[in-house]
Design a protein around this ligand. Structure first.
Ligand code: FBP
Length: 701
C-alpha cells in the first residue's frame, strides 16, 4: 500500500531514521532471524545413522497391536554418527527426497525452527531435495494445498514464534474418506515422507497415516508439539525418553512474565486480587511451571485437587460411624473454600491483594463437573452420529440445548434408564449459572475434546469465592488486619488511649503485629454495642471518629481483575531453550527420514539435563498409544501425561505454598522471571520443572 500523496507524510518519510523506525523489521526481529541455534554433537557430523536401543520396552495395548500392525514393533532409535560411509551409505543418505511438512493443532513457539532444522539438514544432504509445507494444517493434505519452501521463506521465520509460515488447523484425518484423499495427495506429489508437527491427537494421526502409507513407502514422522506440556514419554521401566514437548517453556515464560508483572502491580497498588487462568487443556504442567517461575500467592494444580480429601467431613463421618464418599475429590464448593482461606489469611496481615493462578483444565479434576463433561460429550457425540445435522447446528441456542436435555429425562420410558442423563443430572445442571451451562455445552473440537479455553472457569470460581467471602464477613471471620503501630498512632492523634480501646476492639491486642477486630464486631452498630458494653460511651453517644476509622479500615474490600493467559503465550517468540530444542528436532526428523524410519516421533533425550547431554532419538508412536474416550467412544490415542504429584517439582511447590502465600507480616516472595529473551545468560536454560525433577531423581553420592 502506497503512502505517497500526502505532503506532510512524504516529507516526514524522507527525514533520516523515520523509514527505519516505521519498518516492521524491528531490532528484535533482525536479531532473532540471524540467530543460529547450537546443534547437538552428533549433528556436527555430515552423516548420521540410526541405532536401535533394545533396552527400552513398552506395554503395548492390544488394540494398538491390531490397528497398527506395521509399526507396532518399532523400537527406540538413537541418532549416531556414521563413522564409515561407504558408497552405498553416501548415496542412501544423500538421495534427493520430497518431504511434506504440516502443523497440526494449536501453535507452539519453536515450530518454525523444526522446519528450519529439517530444511537445512535436507538441503545440505542434497540441494535437490524439495520440502513442501501443507497449508492451514491437515486440511492442506486432504485438499492438496501446499507450497514449496525456499531459502527466503525459511530465513524469514527462523527463531520466530507462531506457525505463520504455513499456518495450522485442527482437522483430524479420522474418516476413511479423509484418509483416502490424504493418501491421494501424498502419492500424487510423489512424497517420500510426511512430517506431522502436533500434539497427542496429531501424533496419533501420524501413526495412522504411517500405517496407511506403509506399503506405499511414504514415511511418516511425528514431532512432539504443544504448549500444554502433556507429551512426555517414559518407557515401561520409567526411563524418561522425552521430558517435554516443545513450546511449553516459551509459553510458560511468557505467562510467568505477565503474572510476575501483575504481582508487582498488585503489591504496589495493594488493591486487587489478580485471578489468572493459564492454558493447558487438561494437565496443569503450565500452571506448575508458572508457580515455580513467579512464586504467585496461590497456584491451583488440577491433579493435586483431584487427590483432595476433606478431612473435616471424614472425621464427622467417622464419629457418626458412616462413610462419606463426598469427602474424596474436590467439588467446586470445596475449591472456593481453599481460595477463600488464602484470601482471608492474607487479609488478616493487611494484604488485601495477591495473585492466584488457575489452570484452564481445572474443571476436569472437579468431580461434579467432570461427570457433566463426560456425559455431555457422549450425548453430543451420540446425537451427531444418529442425525443428519450436528448437535450445535440443530440447537444453536442455550434454551434449545437445555430443552433437548430435559426431553432426554422426560421422554425416557417408564422404569428404564435409556440414556446417561438422569433427572438428578438435569436438576444439578439447571442450578448452574447460564454462562457456565453454555460453556459446558460448547462445541467440542474436531478431536471430540472439550474446549476448556471457551469456558469462563475463573468467573465460575470467582462467583463462588465472592459468595463465600460475604458469608465469612458476616460471620466476622474475614477482616483486614490493622498494624499495631498504625492503631497506636491514630488513637494517640485523637487523644485516645490505645491500651484502653485495643482490648475492646481486637481479639489479639498486644499479641500480634496485625490486630484483628473481634468476631462479633461486624458493623458500626455492633461496634457501638461493644463500646457501650465496655462503658466507653452511652447509647446516645457518637462513636469516636478515630475508632470508626480503624473499624472501616478493618472491613476488607475484595476487588478482582481476571486474566486469561493462553493465546498470547502460544504466540510468543521461543526461548533459547525452545529455539535450540526445535532446531535440533528438525535435524533429528531429517536423520530419521534419511535412514528410512516411519511411525516414529522425533525427540531429544536428556532435555532435563544440560545441552551437552542431549541425545536425539526416534520414539515409536504406536506402542505409546492407549484407549481413551473421544467423541463419546473409546479411541486409540497417544497417552497424555498429567502432573505427577509425587514428582520433586510438585512436592517443592507444595512445600513452598505457605511461603509464597506470604500470609505473614512483611514482604511477599514474588520471583521475577523477566521476559522471553533468547539469551541463555539471562533466561534459565530449561524449564524449572524439568530441572527440579532431574535434580530430585538423581542419586546422591
Ligand atoms: P494443542 O494441544 O493443539 O497444542 O493445543 C493446546 C491449546 O493451546 C490448549 O492449551 C487450549 O485449551 C487449546 O489449545 C485452545 O484451542 P483453540 O486454539 O482451538 O482455541
Amino acid at each position: 500500500m502506497s503512502l505517497k500523496g500526502n505532503n506532510f507524510i512524504d516529507t516526514l518519510l524522507e527525514k533520516p531514521g523515520v523509514q527505519d523506525v516505521m519498518s516492521a523489521n524491528s531490532n528484535e526481529l533482525k536479531f532473532r532471524t540471524a540467530f543460529i541455534p547450537p546443534v547437538c554433537k552428533v549433528f556436527q557430523n555430515d552423516r548420521t545413522l540410526l541405532k536401535t536401543k533394545n533396552k527400552y520396552r513398552f506395554e503395548v495395548d492390544p488394540e494398538a497391536k491390531q490397528q497398527l500392525p506395521s509399526i507396532i514393533n518399532n523400537k527406540v532409535q538413537s541418532i549416531v554418527v556414521c563413522e564409515k560411509a561407504d558408497a552405498q551409505v553416501i548415496s542412501n543418505l544423500g538421495k534427493a527426497l520430497k518431504i511434506g511438512i504440516v502443523f497440526s493443532g494449536g501453535p507452539a513457539p519453536g515450530g518454525h525452527n523444526v522446519i528450519a532444522g529439517l530444511y537445512d539438514a535436507a538441503k545440505k544432504a542434497n540441494p535437490k531435495t524439495r520440502i513442501y509445507g501443507f497449508l492451514v494444517g491437515p486440511d492442506g493434505i486432504i485438499e492438496g494445498e501446499y507450497t514449496e519452501l525456499n531459502d527466503d521463506l525459511v530465513d524469514q521465520y527462523r527463531n520466530l514464534g507462531g506457525f505463520t509460515m504455513i499456518k495450522t488447523g485442527r482437522t483430524k484425518i479420522d474418516t476413511q474418506k479423509k484418509m483416502t484423499l490424504s493418501k491421494e495427495t501424498l502419492l500424487s506429489m510423489g512424497l517420500d515422507a510426511l512430517v506431522v508437527i502436533g500434539g497427542d491427537d496429531s501424533n496419533t494421526n501420524a501413526a495412522f497415516l504411517a500405517q496407511e502409507l506403509y506399503k506405499s513407502n511414504v514415511q511418516v514422522i511425528g514431532v512432539p508439539k504443544t504448549i500444554d506440556g502433556d507429551i512426555q514419554v517414559r518407557d515401561a521401566d520409567g526411563h524418561v525418553l522425552c521430558a517435554m514437548s516443545f513450546g511449553f517453556h516459551s509459553a510458560a515464560r511468557a505467562f510467568a512474565n505477565s503474572i510476575s508483572n501483575l504481582s508487582t502491580d498488585s503489591s504496589s497498588d495493594i488493591k486487587y486480587w489478580h485471578v489468572c487462568k493459564v492454558m493447558g487443556r487438561v494437565a496443569s504442567h503450565l500452571a506448575l511451571e508458572v508457580a515455580l517461575q513467579t512464586h504467585a500467592n496461590l497456584t491451583l494444580i488440577g491433579e493435586d485437587l483431584a487427590d483432595y480429601v476433606d478431612k473435616t467431613r471424614l472425621s464427622r463421618a467417622r464419629k457418626a460411624n458412616t462413610i462419606d464418599y463426598t469427602a474424596y475429590g474436590i467439588t467446586l464448593r470445596h475449591l472456593s473454600r481453599v481460595i477463600c482461606d488464602a484470601i482471608v489469611r492474607r487479609a488478616a496481615v493487611g494484604k488485601n491483594y495477591g495473585t492466584v493462578v488457575i489452570p484452564e483444565g481445572i474443571l476436569e479434576f472437579i468431580n461434579e463437573i467432570e461427570v457433566f463433561i463426560i456425559k455431555l460429550n457422549t450425548i453430543i457425540a451420540d446425537y451427531n452420529e444418529t442425525h443428519d445435522k450436528d448437535f450445535h447446528g440443530r440447537f444453536p441456542l442455550l434454551d434449545d440445548k437445555l430443552d433437548y436435555l430435559h426431553r432426554l429425562v422426560r421422554d425416557a420410558p417408564y422404569g428404564m434408564s435409556p440414556n446417561i442423563w438422569h433427572a438428578r443430572d438435569d436438576d444439578l445442571f439447571n442450578d448452574l449459572p447460564d454462562f457456565f451451562q453454555e460453556g459446558l455445552l460448547t462445541e467440542r473440537d474436531s478431536h471430540g475434546n472439550f474446549q476448556f479455553s471457551q469456558v469462563p472457569t475463573e468467573g465460575v470460581i470467582l462467583n463462588l469465592v465472592k459468595d463465600y467471602l460475604k458469608i465469612l464477613q458476616e460471620q466476622g471471620k474475614y477482616k483486614t488486619g490493622i498494624q499495631d503501630k498504625y492503631f497506636d498512632k491514630v488513637m494517640k492523634q485523637a487523644g485516645l488511649d490505645p491500651d484502653v480501646y485495643g482490648p475492646v476492639l481486637f481479639k489479639n491486642y498486644g499479641n500480634d503485629e496485625y490486630l484483628l477486630v473481634k468476631k462479633n464486631i461486624i458493623s458500626l452498630r455492633t461496634l457501638k454495642t461493644a463500646l457501650i458494653r465496655a462503658g466507653f460511651m452511652s447509647r446516645a453517644g457518637v462513636i469516636p471518629e478515630a475508632v470508626e476509622k480503624i473499624f472501616k479500615a478493618s472491613v476488607p474490600k475484595f476487588k478482582t481483575q481476571s486474566h486469561f493467559y493462553g493465546y498470547d503465550g502460544r504466540g510468543t517468540d521461543p526461548t533459547f531453550f525452545d529455539c535450540t530444542y526445535t532446531y535440533n528436532l528438525g535435524l533429528t526428523v531429517f536423520s530419521l527420514i534419511a535412514n528410512g524410519a516411519t511411525g516414529q516421533m522425533a525427540a531429544i533425550r536428556n532435555l532435563e539435563y544440560g545441552f551437552d547431554q542431549w541425545e536425539p532419538v526416534g520414539l515409536p508412536i504406536a506402542p505409546l498409544m492407549r484407549l481413551e474416550e473421544r467423541k463419546g467412544k473409546l479411541a486409540l490415542v497417544l497417552e497424555k501425561s498429567l502432573v505427577d504429584i509425587s514428582s520433586p517439582s510438585f512436592k517443592l511447590v507444595e512445600a513452598y505454598r505457605e511461603k509464597w502465600l506470604a500470609a505473614f507480616p512483611g514482604e511477599d516472595q514474588y520471583r521475577r522471571p523477566g521476559p522471553v529473551n533468547l539469551d541463555k545468560n539471562v533466561e534459565e536454560d530449561r524449564p524449572i520443572t524439568l530441572m527440579l525433577n532431574a535434580i530430585g531423581a538423581a542419586k546422591s553420592d
